[in-house]
Design a protein around this ligand. Structure first.
Ligand SMILES: Cc1ncc(COP(=O)(O)O)c(C=O)c1O
Length: 379
C-alpha cells in the first residue's frame, strides 16, 4: 500500500510553467518576481509590507534584528515550538526565556508569559507567540503584555498562513509576523519565508538585513553619494535573499492559497467526524479561522509509542510536534532548563501525534487513516 506522508507540497503545471518562465528570463534574483510575490503576500494579509527571506528561520532572524534585539536582551516565547523560533533570538546575542502552553490552545499561555517576564524584572525586548498548528490564538492578551512591557510583538505564523483572526487575516495583528514556505506549509517556495509588517522602519531594516546590511536607496544614505553607482553598507547583514525562481513559485502558489486552506479545513472536519468518541484519543483544539497546518491529537501516554509504531506498520507516517525546546540538549546545557520546568508542554509531548494533513489528501486517504486508528487496540 502507498505510504501516506504526514505532509507534502502540491505543485501543479501552472507552478512549473511560472518557474520555467523565470529560468528562461533575464532575472534570477532580486527582480520582478520578488516584488510581485511580496505584493501578493502583503495584499493578502492587508498589510503595507512583506519582505521575503531565504527561509522562515532567516525571516525570524530578520524580525528579531528589526526589533532592535541585541546582546543583553531577553525575549519570551513558547516552550512548544520549532527550535528556529528561539534559535533566532540567540542569533542576535539575546537570551530566550520560555513560557508554558495553555493546554486548551497548545499556544503560549499569556499568564505564564507574564510570570516569566516578571521574574526577570519586567525586562523583555520581544514577545513571540506561535500560532501552533495553525490555531489563531487570542492575540489581545499578548498585545496588552507588549504594551505593558514596551516590547515588540512578533507572531511566528509559520503554521498559520491563510488563517483568520476575527475579520483579519493572520499577518495583520502583530508588529511583525513571520511565515515559512517549507514544502509542508500552506504554500511552498521549496525553502523560503517572509516577514509582514505595517511599520515602514521595520520594513527598511528587514530589507537591509537580508542584503548584507546594504542600501541603494538615496533617501537612506549616510554619506554624500560618490556617483550614480553609490551604495552603502550601514550595518552587518546577511545574504538572506529569496531568488526569482522561488518567488515565481510562491506567487503561483498564492493563487491557490484559499483553496489549500479550505481543503485543510475539510480534512479537519472529516477527522473530527470520524474520530470523536474514541476513549484514549483527544482531538485538537478547534476554532473559527484555524489554518490547520497540523492536526494534532493526543494519545494516552501508555499507548503513545505503540500508536506510532502501529500506524507506521500500516504505512501511515505520523510526526511529533514538538519536543519542548528548552529541554533539547543544547538549551539544557546552555541555560540549565530541566524536566519539570514546563509541565503542560511536557505532558503534551508525551501524548502528541500529528496525523497526515495536506491538501492533496483525498477523502479516501483520510478514511484510511481513521479506519486504521479505529482498529488500533485502544485497551
Ligand atoms: C513554528 C516554526 N517556526 C519557524 C520555522 C522555520 O521555518 P523554515 O523551515 O522555513 O526555516 C518552522 C518550520 O518548520 C516552524 O514550524
Amino acid at each position: 500500500m502507498k505510504t501516506l506522508a504526514y505532509g507534502r507540497q502540491w505543485i501543479n503545471d501552472d507552478d512549473i510553467a511560472e518557474v520555467v518562465k523565470v529560468l528562461k528570463g533575464d532575472w534570477l534574483t532580486m527582480g520582478p518576481s520578488v516584488e510581485a510575490f511580496e505584493k501578493a503576500l502583503a495584499d493578502y494579509a492587508g498589510v503595507k509590507h512583506a519582505v521575503t527571506f531565504s527561509s522562515g528561520t532567516a525571516a525570524l532572524h530578520g524580525a528579531m534584528h528589526a526589533s532592535g534585539m541585541a546582546a543583553g536582551d531577553l525575549a519570551v516565547t513558547t516552550a512548544m515550538t520549532f527550535v528556529a523560533t528561539s534559535n533566532s533570538v540567540i542569533y542576535t546575542g539575546a537570551k530566550p526565556i520560555f513560557a508554558d502552553i495553555d493546554p486548551d490552545t497548545l499556544c503560549m499561555n499569556p499568564n505564564e508569559a507574564e510570570k516569566i517576564i516578571e521574574s526577570n524584572g519586567g525586562r523583555v525586548k520581544a514577545i513571540i507567540p506561535v500560532s501552533f498548528g495553525g490555531y489563531p490564538f487570542d492575540i489581545g492578551a499578548f498585545r496588552k503584555l507588549a504594551d505593558k512591557y514596551h516590547a515588540v510583538l512578533i507572531e511566528d505564523a509559520s503554521h498559520a498562513w491563510g488563517g483568520d483572526r476575527g475579520n483579519h487575516k493572520i499577518g495583520f495583528d502583530a508588529d511583525m509576523t513571520t511565515l515559512s514556505f517549507h514544502p509542508v506549509k500552506h504554500i511552498t517556495t521549496a525553502e523560503g519565508g517572509a516577514v509582514l509588517t505595517q511599520n515602514d522602519d521595520y520594513a527598511r531594516k528587514l530589507r537591509m538585513f537580508r542584503n548584507h546590511g546594504t542600501t541603494r536607496n538615496p533617501s537612506e544614505f549616510i554619506d554624500k553619494p560618490d556617483g550614480i553607482w553609490h551604495s552603502e553598507m550601514q550595518e552587518l547583514g546577511y545574504n538572506y535573499r529569496l531568488s526569482e525562481v522561488h518567488c515565481a513559485l510562491g506567487l503561483s502558489q498564492m493563487k491557490r492559497l484559499n483553496e489549500f486552506v479550505d481543503r485543510r479545513r475539510e480534512i479537519a472536519r472529516l477527522y473530527f467526524r470520524e474520530l470523536s468518541g474514541i476513549e484514549g484519543l483527544t482531538l485538537p483544539p478547534d476554532k473559527e479561522g484555524h489554518a490547520w497546518h497540523l492536526y494534532v491529537a493526543r494519545v494516552k501516554e501508555e499507548l503513545h509509542g505503540q500508536f506510532f509504531e502501529y500506524l507506521r506498520d500500516n504505512d501511515i507516517r505520523l510526526q511529533l510536534h514538538y519536543r519542548p525546546v528548552p529541554l533539547q540538549p543544547y538549551y539544557r546545557k546552555k541555560y540549565g532548563f530541566k524536566a519539570g520546568d514546563f509541565p503542560e508542554a511536557e505532558r503534551y509531548y508525551r501524548q502528541a501525534v500529528s496525523l497526515p494533513m495536506f491538501p492533496m489528501m483525498t477523502d479516501d486517504d483520510v478514511l484510511r487513516v481513521t479506519e486504521c486508528i479505529k482498529n488500533f487496540r485502544w485497551r
